[in-house]
Design a protein. Structure first.
Length: 556
């Protein structure tokens, strides 16, 4: 625990280090805490049944009287997605730019907490004081408009958080990064820089989003039938370029996928998407128009099982059917771990007879994150004394640290942290501070944090070898077996083909119960353990499987 020390600055992450997702960074000086971002992460493969993952905010809840607000850098899910859950436990003001706030308000409205949350609009010109801390902002380029970096001025010096960024010299919306402001912050002096590490392993500069528009125009020009474009719902620059391509080549555009429809509506209402009034059509109208006059924009660029594109590929979408000769554009690259899902979707689209265009075959995607030269430029603009690479898996953090060394940051001034590690700065000198409680809070349906390692272990066991339920009814008077044991199998063996095995298992349970009766073992817990142990040993010897065994004992 960090003690109340007025003269010390603490910087740490509760999410976003050694992983990509659930970003949450904290700057604390004495009794003043500001939080930067509040994201979610999508579940890893072993998190069976889990919907999303958010950071553990135990430390913030214990110190909620010191938390002055949550500053949001941009509107991506891994930076704002945790708010509906976190604000229920930590009701503090949120500060965001216009588009980011629009996306957040939609989430909070769905969660029925909009009216209970204080919301403050900011811009790159805003200055906000939080006790001993003052926050200012600077515009950055990313794959969503209204992205900003944050400079938190503290009594120890300036702490800069870049947000997700790249340097795009020809941005689609014409809003260039505040390079002069970044340089001015660097000239005044940056004590510590926290910078995005996602593409720290990629050489060169990240390409301009405008080049994707050229690739999309080429696809639209060649397409003979319908064009279906799948991309991230939040990539508003990409959506605008699809709209522009439709306008240029005389196609009407249908938008499918709940998140895509929501973002298009919000961004259009706030003026971040320019869509001609007669361009959009309802998905029901797709089949009424000539194929060469229609385009569809959908979710599903990551092969998600319930997404619009995957349903189209499996011919299960209610309104859109992909036909031979249609052109499908997957305007995204796989998030690590999603390669198989995307590959399966692409294969299915080819089987249908569609022409599939994706990043391996055409220039229809660029990253929103800076590559090595972008990261070096940011380091040179800021000239930090101390450096903490953030937002990335460990190898990315390590690569970013090496880049910082290459531009002159002293190795001993670079801190590669895990979630919960604190960097403590006092008198201009930094060191590792105390480790704070942190971890992953799992969201399953309406349950927040009620699914832990034990439940996940049971789910994994059930998914591997199934379950056997053993039901035995005993006499309350003398403890003899009145009925059973009855054995019910689910996911272990097919009962009709394994009658002999289940009959032998029944005998094992009978023998175990008789042995317990002779030894006058009457406690249910002991009886259940004996049944479980004997049956588990027998089944493993016969099948080399270990199903979950659930004994149920009743007395009448």
């Amino acid at each position: 625990m960090i003690k109340n020390q007025r003269g010390k600055l603490h910087i740490f992450a509760l999410g976003g280090l050694d992983e990509i997702g659930k970003n949450m960074y904290v700057v604390q000086y004495g009794n003043d805490i500001v939080v930067i971002d509040s994201g979610l992460m999508f579940p890893e493969q072993e998190m069976l049944g889990i919907d999303i993952v958010i950071p553990d905010i135990t430390y913030l809840i214990e110190n909620q009287d010191k938390v002055r607000g949550i500053l949001l850098t941009h509107g991506h899910e891994d930076h704002i997605g945790g708010l509906p859950y976190i604000l229920r436990q930590l009701n503090v003001p949120i500060y965001a730019t216009k588009l980011t706030m629009g996306l957040v308000e939609h989430k909070l409205r769905e969660a029925h907490i909009l009216n209970n949350t204080k919301r403050v609009l900011i811009s790159s010109e805003s200055e906000i004081t939080f006790g001993a801390l003052k926050a200012t902002f600077f515009n950055t380029n990313h794959s969503i408009p209204d992205s900003v970096g944050v400079c938190v001025e503290t009594p120890e010096g300036a702490v800069v958080h870049t947000g997700d960024f790249k340097f795009d010299m020809t941005p689609v919306n014409g809003m260039q990064a505040d390079i002069h402001k970044m340089a001015e912050i660097g000239r005044k002096g940056v004590l510590c820089l926290l910078s995005d590490s996602t593409n720290a392993e990629r050489s060169g500069f990240t390409g301009s989003e405008r080049t994707v528009g050229e690739g999309l125009n080429e696809v639209f020009r060649k397409a003979k039938q319908r064009v279906i474009v799948a991309t991230f719902a939040s990539n508003i620059h990409r959506i605008q370029q699809v709209v522009d391509a439709c306008n240029l080549y005389g196609r009407k555009l249908a938008v499918v996928g709940r998140s895509m429809v929501n973002v298009v509506n919000i961004a259009s209402d706030l003026g971040y998407l320019q869509i001609p009034s007669d361009l959009l059509i309802d998905p029901d109208e797709i089949n009424r128009l000539p194929a060469h006059k229609v385009a569809v924009m959908s979710t599903g660029s990551q092969g998600e099982s319930m997404s619009a594109l995957t349903q189209m590929a499996n011919a299960s979408h209610r309104k859109v059917e992909i036909l031979p000769g249609d052109t499908v554009v997957i305007a995204a690259t796989p998030i690590p771990g999603n390669e198989k899902l995307i590959g399966r979707t692409v294969d299915q689209l080819f089987r249908i007879g569609a022409d599939v265009v994706y990043s391996k075959t055409s220039h229809v995607h660029v990253s929103g994150h800076g590559s090595q030269e972008d990261l070096k430029l940011m380091l040179n603009l800021m000239k930090p004394k101390y450096f903490i690479p953030i937002h990335g898996e460990y190898r990315m953090l390590r690569a970013h640290a090496q880049l910082a060394e290459s531009v002159g940051v002293r190795p001993e001034n670079i801190f590669i942290c895990d979630n919960g590690d604190t960097v403590e700065i006092s008198g201009g000198k930094a060191r590792y501070g105390p480790k704070l409680p942190t971890g992953k809070v799992l969201i399953d349906g309406l349950g927040v944090g009620d699914v832990g390692n034990i439940v996940l272990r049971d789910r994994k066991l059930l998914s591997q070898d199934g379950i056997l339920v053993v039901v035995v009814t005993l006499s309350k008077a003398n403890g003899t077996i009145l009925s059973g044991p009855d054995i019910i199998s689910r996911g272990f063996v097919y009962v009709r083909e394994s009658e002999q095995l289940l009959e032998e298992a029944n005998q094992v349970v009978n023998q175990t119960m008789e042995k317990c009766m002779k030894e006058q073992v009457s406690e249910w817990a002991s009886l259940k353990t004996s049944i479980r142990d004997a049956l588990s040993k027998f089944l493993f010897e016969r099948t080399r499987r270990r199903p979950m065994i659930l004994p149920i004992i009743m007395e009448v």
